[in-house]
Design a protein around this ligand. Structure first.
Ligand SMILES: Cc1cc2nc3c(=O)[nH]c(=O)nc-3n(C[C@H](O)[C@H](O)[C@H](O)COP(=O)(O)O)c2cc1C
Ligand SMILES: [Mn+2]
Length: 493
């Protein structure tokens, strides 16, 4: 079930007719983006693409570029080794059922214990395929032409981007006090052959670990991995609660412990089977302008100061593949990653909100802008209670608009949700505007990182909700008539 390398995953995609190989040379400067964007916007996310001859500054890179490998429900399920991601939601539900938790905190901790018992705990190994080739950056081997970031097929994604960006890096850091590990996907803008930006936003765990090192005025070791089992990247993008280790979670997803190998030049452990490792450090206090970057909001994000990542080594598999993605005007590959997260963690959300039936983040809202929730409503103002609960939960705090509908509305059908929203609301009565942290990348708030959010109660109004008329009944055909017409239509075909 677990993939021993990213290449094995690519082979599996190929066998399932989910991969297009592109054998001709294609430039990493804009052209791979344009090609992949067309694919991501084709029905159901198109296919994964493998560019076998990526061109960087006029030269062919030795590493093929893989993109859109998780950009459909089928491929994300394959990445996680299941028929459908709903299977994982059921597995989580089973863990939680063993001893039903009374609140969210207990729920996450039960999940963690459950995963431990499933023997997903990482193991230490001395050698790994990711170190088949080792290039130390500080000490280039005499005579050999120095290997550097310039040898990787890193994309320049959009015309006004500030440079080339590594878009699917798994950034491994440690808390210097507790030793707790974290892995997050934070993009890296290439400054030169051995330096990049480190784009962890202020709400992210990498940034918090960084702050600890800055306070101690210690150099922070950071390892960036690319490829390996796709479960690693999925775990690194998932908004796991603090303290749920991504490596442990990845082990649970792939049903196999992750083997960790020590890096060559820094004191950080990385999965032994990844394709490429960038080893290095972040120096306390050192900041450099990052951006602009064509972002998942569909707009360029402005230049801002971010920490700098200095490379001390690059190690890789002999047959390494360079995985990447692009973000931009939706729908893009990242929508499927986010959607899978919501589906997988729905059982955990439901513990906090027993009335919750279903939830989705439609692609038009690029994660944080729009949330549709359906609930089984029992008492007045319950829709508002659910909104406030969501706004208080981890990265859901950024949700700009939350629309709450009744349980008989399919939240995955945007047109049905909009119908309910328009039909069932009196704007002054059924909305609320609150203050909360905003996504750093949202360009709309007057000030960065803070803003207002709005909730819409599009549910049927109950007595006690300031509605003094008789709520009407939604049209619905009888089951009998529907069955009869099904039969009649079969005959006319
Ligand atoms: C393709 C992609 C690119 C991302 N780039 C960034 C980024 O540059 N900076 C950032 O802070 N988060 C970025 N994220 C979101 C984080 O990976 C995500 O919030 C993750 O849960 C953070 O993990 P953490 O809670 O351990 O910090 C990106 C997500 C995806 C799917
Ligand atoms: Mn984390």
């Amino acid at each position: 079930m677990a993939y021993g390398s990213f290449g094995k995953f690519i082979e599996a995609l190929d066998q399932a007719s989910e991969l297009k190989r592109i054998a001709i040379p294609v430039d990493t400067d804009l052209l791979i983006t344009e090609w992949a964007d067309r694919e991501m916007k084709s029905p159901n996310g198109g296919k994964a693409l493998l560019f076998e001859q990526p061109i960087v500054d006029g030269k062919k890179s030795e590493f093929p570029v893989a993109i859109n490998t998780m950009g459909s429900p089928k491929r994300i399920a394959m990445a996680l080794g299941r028929e459908s991601v709903d299977e994982i939601a059921q597995e989580i539900q089973l863990i939680l059922k063993a001893k039903p938790p009374t609140d969210l905190r207990e729920g996450w901790s039960l999940l963690k214990q459950g995963i431990h018992l499933l023997q997903a705990r990482p193991k230490s190994v001395k050698e790994g395929a990711c170190q088949e080739i080792v290039h130390k950056i500080d000490k280039p081997q005499a005579g050999a032409e120095a290997f550097s970031l310039a040898d990787l097929p890193i994309l320049k994604c959009w015309p006004k981007d500030g440079g080339r960006f590594i878009t699917l890096p798994n950034v491994h850091t440690r808390d210097p006090e507790t030793g707790a590990r974290n892995v997050g996907v934070y993009r890296l803008q290439v400054f030169d052959e051995r330096t990049t930006a480190m784009h962890w936003q202020i709400h992210k765990v990498g940034a918090r670990h960084g702050k600890r090192y800055y306070e101690r005025n210690e150099r922070m070791p950071v390892a960036v991995t690319l490829g390996g089992d796709p479960a690693y990247s999925f775990a690194a993008t998932a908004p796991l609660p603090d303290g749920l280790d991504e490596i442990l979670f990845a082990g649970f997803l792939r049903k196999k412990s992750v083997e960790l190998v020590p890096c060559k030049t820094i004191d950080v452990d990385v999965p032994a089977d990844v394709d490429l490792v960038l080893e290095g450090y972040v120096q306390p206090g050192e900041m450099r302008p990052e951006g602009p970057f064509g972002d998942h909001t569909g707009y360029y994000t402005a230049v801002e100061d971010y920490p700098v990542f200095h490379l001390s080594a690059i190690t890789h598999r002999r047959d390494a593949i360079y995985p990447t993605t692009i973000v931009g005007v939706p729908p893009m590959e990242d929508f499927y990653l986010g959607d899978a997260c919501v589906r997988i963690f729905l059982p955990v959300f439901k513990m906090n909100f027993p009335e919750l039936v279903d939830m989705t983040l439609p692609p038009e809202g690029v994660f944080h802008n729009l949330v549709f929730v359906s609930i089984r409503k029992q008492y007045p103002y319950q829709a508002f209670k659910v909104m406030h609960g969501l706004w208080g939960m981890g990265q859901m705090m950024f949700s700009k608009y939350i629309v709450v509908v009744d349980e008989d509305c399919d939240v995955h059908d945007t047109s049905e949700v909009l119908f309910r929203l328009c039909a069932n609301t009196d704007p002054a009565r059924d909305t609320t505007v609150i203050k909360n942290p905003s996504d750093s990348l949202d360009h709309a708030p007057t000030e960065q990182n803070i803003g207002s959010h709005m909730g819409f109660d599009a549910t049927r109004k109950l007595p006690g909700e300031n509605y003094h008329r008789q709520w009407p009944e939604l049209l619905k055909m009888t089951d009998e008539a529907r069955a009869l017409v099904d039969e009649l239509q079969k005959k006319t075909r």
